[in-house]
Design a protein around this ligand. Structure first.
Ligand SMILES: Nc1ncnc2c1ncn2[C@@H]1O[C@H](COP(=O)(O)OP(=O)(O)OP(=O)(O)O)[C@@H](O)[C@H]1O
Ligand SMILES: [Mg+2]
Length: 311
């Protein structure tokens, strides 16, 4: 697969603060690439450097196989950007806004009419085309922001936290829309601090913190880093230390803790929850509730940095 983006040792400081610190990564054609990191980790700064909107201290950036610079308009016209802050015209309607942004790239009126319709359909704003931005809910406004950024059918799309502060319904529309853009052949860079979204959408993921790479790879590769294949919680009234020690020594268990009536167990590579349940029965342990979950990208982040992705 061709590399659409290649970044090598990108560094960008704001005075003493290194917002991006020797960051290297590449993005392959037609993938959805997730840039995941907590607030202030350098996601937007990285995107702005890639787009040549910001000067940077050092490093190399190439897009579509060419070194990127502020005047490379033939590269820029193949890029769509959905900025973190909504940027639309209050005086224009939904359709007029999308048409305006599309007209910066598409001069042919007939073609543009079709493109604008496609964008309206993609973000499902069909019933709102004559509304002004101020009449839209937060979620609908975000969807308009996305339509404006992608209406010219760019090959490479940057979406900077497009779902912040949107209701769950709009969030699903947005995520489905992004999948469709990708199915239609666009390469997508998706930044978020919502690990669930990144897990749902992205093929490859780069986790950053303080401008540095914490981990990168596919979801599966990242999750292997934590060495846990399953986590389980049991609600148990009482548990002696002797039994807890026995639990800790049970095969394939990475960790076990008991606190406030809850036994938390994490299992290594193989899933042996069934055997463990039998073990609890054999030891006459009664539990009222049990639930289990797979490891998440937050577990990866927690393991590597000692803190949660979201505060
Ligand atoms: N113009 C600026 N001047 C000074 N510091 C800045 C500027 N822009 C960003 N920073 C700082 O650089 C760091 C990275 O910021 P950036 O906006 O890239 O993070 P982010 O990962 O996009 O965060 P968020 O999830 O909040 O959008 C932060 O510490 C931020 O405070
Ligand atoms: Mg940001």
């Amino acid at each position: 697969m061709k590399e659409v983006i290649k970044v090598e040792k990108l560094t960008k400081s704001y005075k003493e603060l290194k917002a991006v610190d020797e960051l290297s990564f590449s993005v392959k054609e037609k993938e959805i690439f997730g840039l995941l990191g907590p607030n202030g980790s350098g996601k937007t700064t990285t995107i702005n450097c890639l787009l040549s909107l910001l000067n940077y201290d050092s490093g190399e950036i190439s897009i579509f196989g060419e070194e990127m610079s502020p005047t490379k308009y033939h590269i820029k016209e193949k890029i769509g950007v959905v900025f973190q802050e909504v940027a639309v015209f209050d005086e224009l309607t939904v359709r007029e806004n999308i048409d305006y942004f599309c007209s910066l790239y598409i001069k042919d009126k007939k073609k543009r009419f079709e493109y604008v319709n496609d964008a309206i359909e993609l973000v499902e704003l069909t019933g709102f085309v004559n509304f002004k931005p101020k009449q839209l809910s937060g979620g609908l406004l975000r969807r308009l922001n996305i339509a404006c950024g992608i209406a010219h059918k760019p090959k490479l799309i940057f979406l900077d936290e497009p779902t912040v502060a949107v209701d769950p319904q709009s969030r699903n529309h947005i995520l489905e829309g992004i999948k469709k853009l990708n199915d239609n052949g666009a390469t997508i860079i998706y930044t978020s601090h919502y690990m669930e979204e990144v897990e749902f959408l992205c093929d490859n993921i780069l986790i950053i913190d303080k401008g540095k790479v914490i981990a990168k790879g596919s979801k599966e590769e990242l999750k292997k880093l934590v060495g846990i294949s399953l986590k389980a919680n049991f609600e148990i009234d009482k548990m002696s230390n002797i039994l807890l020690n026995k639990v800790k020594q049970f095969k394939n268990i990475v960790d076990a803790t008991y606190e406030d009536g809850e036994l938390f167990v994490s299992f290594e590579k193989t899933n042996n929850l069934g055997d463990f349940i039998n073990f609890l029965h054999d030891n006459k342990v009664k539990y009222t509730k049990v639930y289990s979950e797979l490891p998440t990208l937050n577990d990866v982040f927690l393991e590597l940095t000692g803190k949660e992705l979201r505060d």
